[in-house]
Write a protein that binds this ligand. Sequence first.
Ligand code: FAD
Length: 390
Amino acid sequence: MTERYELPEELRLTRNLVSDFNKNEIIPLEQEIPHDSITIPENDFSRLSQKTKEMGLWCLAVPEKHGGAGLSLFANAVIAEEMVQHAAGLYCPAYGTMGDAPPEIIWAGDEYQIKKYGLPTVEHKLKGWFAITEPSGGSDPARAIQTHAKRDGDDWIINGSKLFISGSPWGNWGIVFARTDPESRRGITAFIVENDWPGLTVEPVPVMRAYYPGQLFFDDLRVPSENVLGEVDGGWDLLANKLLARARIPYSASNLGVAVAAHKMAVEYSKTRETFGAPLASRQAIQWMLVDSEIEIRACRWLVWEAAWQFDNGEDFRQAASVAKVHSAETLGNVVDRAIQVHGGMGVTEWLPLERWYREARIRRIGEGPTEVQKMVIAREILNPGGVHA
Ligand SMILES: Cc1cc2nc3c(=O)[nH]c(=O)nc-3n(C[C@H](O)[C@H](O)[C@H](O)COP(=O)(O)OP(=O)(O)OC[C@H]3O[C@@H](n4cnc5c(N)ncnc54)[C@H](O)[C@@H]3O)c2cc1C
């Protein structure tokens, strides 16, 4: 007999804790604040983050030695699916009351950098951001990056601009990828910079989600050499070192989680709403919408889990991460769209989270590497399995 896969008990318990926390604390609080909120009142934040720390739910994805729970990527994916199941969950899971991890790449830094930027971010004293995309494009950053850094004694001087940088309007520090060797496509270096340094300005970029990103302008921004992250001209290697692809897995798990939440709402509503003398759920047209969502969600979960397993096992997970990213972003859009249809007019009101998810879901096909770029990764691997791809 083939063994049936079951989640380990400890993981199931943690997932249930997160689910109860959302149901008992976050969702009731959301009824009291504006529909598009991205924060909760400070006193609620302190109270709830104290609770999650006591429950061992603080910064689950951060390595233990840096103050987090150090869960595997698979465990993180399972928990992320649960954590995002509330109105703000896609971009502000639990409103940060379970901790906000710093950009993952900071852990590739030296002791000074980790102590100065990484650890205070885990402790919620600072907030970080991560800047690759520029006005010249985000799909192919190795070619598009024009922001450049030149040596000046022991320092570096950065000039240029970055666009669509999440978290930068509220951040204290961030990681900027700038060209340091103009002759080479890969001559890029990662620098840690601080928001309040002279020479850096951040402007909001209004988009269809309330958690808007920023545009950064570097005007002779002076950066000390101790803020070079990794090797000079080694920034691309840091990224290619699977960081970008890895991030697609928890991102996909979040897409899955919001799809699950929207689907649950559609199922419940269809059972109680009556038209023409019978519940919507009795109509085949409605059932088929629910069935399509159910099938897409189930497939999505396995794709996310497979990518996470491959990562945790040290396999080349990049194609699986791209497959999960494409499928989860499409699934999220489809499921939320159907859930709105089942709810009729109620679906597009600000009284329900569906319209917020609908707007935010659209961004998920673009952010973290757009669908077309993921398909390029998948195609390369199909056509040349095991080949080395940039
Ligand atoms: C809300 C939001 C938040 C973001 N946060 C961050 C962040 O924190 N940090 C960061 O660095 N970036 C961030 N981004 C940027 C995001 O990663 C880019 O938008 C994305 O990589 C696409 O780049 P682009 O917008 O310049 O589109 P382009 O690169 O100009 O591409 C335009 C379109 O063409 C498609 N395309 C490109 N090449 C091909 C091809 N060869 N074949 C077919 N189609 C192709 C793309 O898929 C896309 O749909 C964010 C974006 C948004 C919208």
